[in-house]
Design a protein around this ligand. Structure first.
Ligand code: CFM
Length: 463
């Protein structure tokens, strides 16, 4: 019975097609959890909305852009405290949140005037910022505010600004995944090709689908600098609006998060002939493999080998130290989707751990193919998992530690299982060689936390 109806789901038996336990000899032709479909009513989903996928995940990361959220103020909740993507512009993008703060009367009488006023006010408040993104939300999309027309008026009035409008309200799709898609495609169609970059190397690259979580993009930038590859644009970690307009000039796109940004890599290939190369930038062995692919593409293998040798000498002993302590420990990964297939084999190969359960909020069928082909037999694979399922699965597989977000993390703490922030990290970066060691250290610290040992003690029975 590879598809499983958990006890928590007896009242919503449709959940059976979303939960899978891999059996010996099975492959992904036979069983895949249903995914990227509407959440079943009654199942308490952990998903985000489509607007969130565009704003929180992709656009909001840019370090030089005013981000106006056209909607009730609650829609601007997803800002600095929920995602840790720093930048070298003194974290402009996480220090400020901009909302048109729509009230009931604006919903009744229209919010375009309020939007224009807010846009002008924001540009006036930040006179050195000339780039802006404007997002519709459920309320403003439903009343039909024409944000593109307003943006055009503001551009004409101010003359020296550039504005990108994202019309992807929360209800546009079944999860944040829809927001990624809309943002990618609109960006490539409306903005790429409108700025010419200064070219300083014969090797040029776009780094796609890395959002500089706790400095990931800095690590990749250092590697590219060292091997003499010019990064035309980071889409979007520590990236700028104008660099992302000049992505058409790169000779190669490397794609880390294929789920959120594979679309733009495909379009760049189709429209500009730039090859897409998928890479894994988490995990010691995977990083080596990915750097070697880039080296082979540009014929600069010797530079890449020198980098790998130095980093391996520096970090392999540290990683091995943690491997000794972590081997055999059980881990669950409950994040968006891609981190499941990036991390499962890396944790097993690099650290000797056993990944016993994985839950993807919004992965598509192709993501589950990758997860299940890299994952182990006996492991539980869940699409769009709900809270009660999580508790039941913990009981079933007894993980020593779980990668998940703070919300589910706080829940699992109550059953005395430590969690590591699998979205924004505990103490990252987690990418690259040093990142693999940071991740191992956080796993070790979580599993061996003295606090958890104390918390497990039942003081009603005496101390
Ligand atoms: Fe890509 Fe991401 Fe992820 Fe993602 Fe996300 Fe994320 Fe994630 Mo949280 S872009 S799909 S929509 S790797 S925010 S930085 S951690 S759920 S697995």
């Amino acid at each position: 019975m590879p598809m499983v109806l958990l006890e928590a789901d007896v009242k919503i038996p449709e959940r059976k097609k979303h939960v899978y336990i891999k059996q010996p000899g099975e492959d992904t032709k036979q069983f895949l959890p249903a995914s990227n479909i509407t959440t079943i009513p009654g199942s308490l989903s952990e998903r985000g909305c489509s607007y969130c996928g565009a704003k929180l995940v992709i656009g909001g990361v840019l370090k030089d852009t005013i981000q106006i959220i056209h909607g009730p103020v609650g829609c601007s909740y997803n800002t600095w405290h929920t995602k840790r993507y720093p930048s070298d512009t003194d974290n402009f993008q996480i220090k400020y949140a901009w909302s048109t703060d729509m009230k009931e009367s604006n919903v009744v009488f229209g919010g375009e005037g309020r939007l224009k006023k807010s846009m002008l006010e924001a540009f006036a408040a930040f006179p050195d910022k000339k780039r802006m993104m404007v997002y519709t939300t459920c309320a403003t999309a439903l009343i039909g505010d024409d944000i593109k027309a307003i943006a055009k008026e503001v551009e004409d009035e101010l003359g020296d600004v550039d504005i990108f409008c994202i019309e992807c309200p929360g209800f546009a799709g079944v999860s944040q995944s829809r927001g990624h898609h809309v943002f990618n495609i609109d960006w490539v169609n409306r903005k790429v090709g409108t700025v010419e970059p200064e070219i300083t190397s014969e090797y040029t690259i776009n780094v796609i689908g890395d959002y500089n979580i706790q400095g990931d993009a800095y690590v990749l930038q250092r590697y590219m600098d060292e091997i003499g590859v010019q990064v035309i644009a980071h889409f979007t970690g520590n990236g700028t609006y104008d660099a992302c307009r000049s992505m058409h000039r790169a000779k190669l796109s490397i794609t880390n998060c294929a789920r959120s940004a594979g679309y733009i890599a495909n379009e760049l290939q189709k429209q500009y002939g730039i090859p897409r190369m998928d890479v894994d930038t988490w995990g010691f062995d995977y990083v080596k493999e990915s750097l070697r692919k880039v080296g082979a593409f540009f014929n600069i293998e010797d530079r890449v080998e020198a980098l790998i040798e130095r980093e391996t000498t520096l970090y392999q002993p540290k990683l091995d130290g943690y491997k000794e302590k972590l081997a055999g420990k059980k881990v669950a990964i409950w994040t968006g989707g891609p981190r499941l297939w990036h991390w499962t084999k890396a944790l097993e190969d690099d650290l000797g751990m056993k990944v016993v359960a994985m839950s993807s909020k919004f992965g598509h069928q192709e993501d589950f193919e990758k997860v299940i082909s890299r994952g182990s037999v006996g492991t539980v694979y869940i699409d769009d998992g709900n809270e009660l399922e999580f508790f039941e699965v913990i009981d079933m597989v007894k993980p020593d530690v779980i990668f998940t977000g703070p919300r589910v993390g706080e829940l699992v703490k109550k059953v005395h299982v430590p969690y590591i922030n699998g979205h924004a990290y505990h103490n990252g970066p987690y990418m690259g060689f040093e990142g693999a060691v940071n991740m191992a250290r956080d796993l070790y610290n979580a599993i061996n936390s003295k606090m958890f040992k104390l918390a497990k003690r039942d003081i009603s029975k005496g101390v």
